[in-house]
Design a protein around this ligand. Structure first.
Ligand code: PMP
Ligand code: GLN
Length: 380
């Protein structure tokens, strides 16, 4: 393993999901639902396979039906206009979009400002691009960015700001005033913004606001999302990028040599999913809101300090009130102690101390699974 990837051996998600399987534990670690998305969408994927649509290499930028559906979705929900022919790119999940965007847009030595805790692929992809990550730490209890601190982090080497809203793992959703300040900073210093919005439809209070919609931002923003979370098919790995034609062309260049294209039949199904009625998105949100509160209450009863998230399907907790100090040790022992798996937030920090007592639980599980997990955690 080269120096750039040193210390990044196995992702925490693989480690903890393997532990869940090995111990037969309830897995509230890796974020994937235990109920698949709409049957009509699964049937669309099956129909595409059986009907011979997408079984051979689809077009590099993605099938036209999906690019059109992505453009229409951006228009419908946010009033953002993108040309499906030149300003939309389909990727193998948001993961590939993030990798391709960073590899395409960064020069070695560039600095990337990103919120810490970071989703784990950010650090790895910034490193693979030979760039340097510059963390802006989100601190408890509210995990909001200190925008004066952000301003102070900008240097002549800063190339881009990597945003994630709603934010994994804290659940922070950037508010319009925060986005405006970040946008002004980007314009002032001529920075690019890559924004990871995979949880765009999992927002419980204030609504999701894409930074690309703000003045001066369309031309400097690469917006990324994917079907995994919104449609509860995380295994399909269909993601997308929307940006101006030159930015999309740059990202496409990198994408061509990473995967060339993404799985064909699922693209037909996701094109259909993006056209589900608004009631689909409302129901998804309402169900998850209820589950959020169920698990927040359960974890509070079990003695955790709970930070109620505004978005995503993750709850960050502090284990200090349980007499625990170290989230990584706690998560490694938890399956043996009570048959539950969670994710230690410290792995998403450079500043390990800021994340040490924090542990993340997902609530995208059936109610009885959440209730059973809580019953087990209460016996700790
Ligand atoms: N970004 C964030 C913040 C995530 O939590 C995830 C996990 N779904 C991804 C990107 C990756 O998304 P995908 O599964 O579409 O590659
Ligand atoms: N995004 C999901 C999470 O944060 C899973 C990602 C993964 O397994 N790489 O849990």
């Amino acid at each position: 393993l080269n120096r750039r990837l040193a210390g990044m051996g196995t992702t925490i998600f693989a480690e903890m999901s393997a532990l869940a399987t090995a111990t037969g534990s309830i897995n509230l670690g890796q974020g994937f639902p235990d109920t698949d998305g709409p049957r009509s969408i699964a049937e669309a994927a099956a129909d595409a396979v059986l009907g011979g649509r997408g079984n051979q290499y689809p077009p590099g930028p993605g099938i036209p039906e999906l690019r059109q559906a992505v453009a229409d979705h951006q228009q419908h929900f946010y009033g953002l206009e993108y040309d499906p022919d030149t300003e939309v790119l389909v990727t193998a999940g948001a993961t590939e979009a993030i990798a391709a965007a960073l590899l395409a847009l960064l020069e070695p030595g560039d600095e990337v400002i990103a919120f810490e805790p970071f989703y784990d692929s950010y650090a790895a992809c910034i490193a693979m691009a030979g760039a340097t990550r510059v963390p802006l730490t989100l601190r408890q209890p509210d995990f909001r960015p200190d925008l004066d601190e952000l301003r102070a982090l900008v240097t002549p080497r800063t190339r881009l700001i990597l945003l994630n809203t709603p934010h994994n793992p804290t659940g922070t959703v950037l508010h319009p005033d925060e986005l405006r300040t970040i946008a002004q900073l980007a314009v002032e210093h001529d920075l690019l913004v890559i924004t990871d919005e995979v949880y765009e439809h999992l927002v419980f209070a204030t609504g999701h606001h894409p930074i690309a919609a703000l003045p001066g931002m369309r031309e400097r923003t690469v917006s990324i999302s994917s079907a995994g979370k919104t449609f509860s098919f995380t295994g399909w790995k269909v993601g997308w990028v929307t940006a101006t034609a030159p930015l999309v062309a740059a990202v496409r260049t990198a994408k061509q040599y990473l995967t060339y294209v993404s799985a064909g039949p699922f693209q037909y199904a996701v094109a259909q999913a993006l056209r589900l009625p608004d009631s689909y998105f409302d129901t998804l949100r309402a169900d998850l809101l209820r589950k959020r509160d169920l698990l927040c209450e359960g974890l509070t009863d079990a003695g955790f300090q709970v930070f109620r998230p505004e978005g995503t399907y993750f709850i960050t907790t502090d284990i200090t009130p349980l007499g625990e100090k170290d989230g990584l040790a706690f998560c490694r022992a938890l399956p043996e102690r009570c048959g539950v798996v969670a994710i230690p937030n410290s792995v998403f920090y450079d500043d390990i101390e800021a994340g040490r007592p924090l542990v993340r639980f997902t609530f995208c599980k059936q109610d009885d699974v959440l209730n059973e997990a809580v019953a087990r955690l209460r016996r700790l």
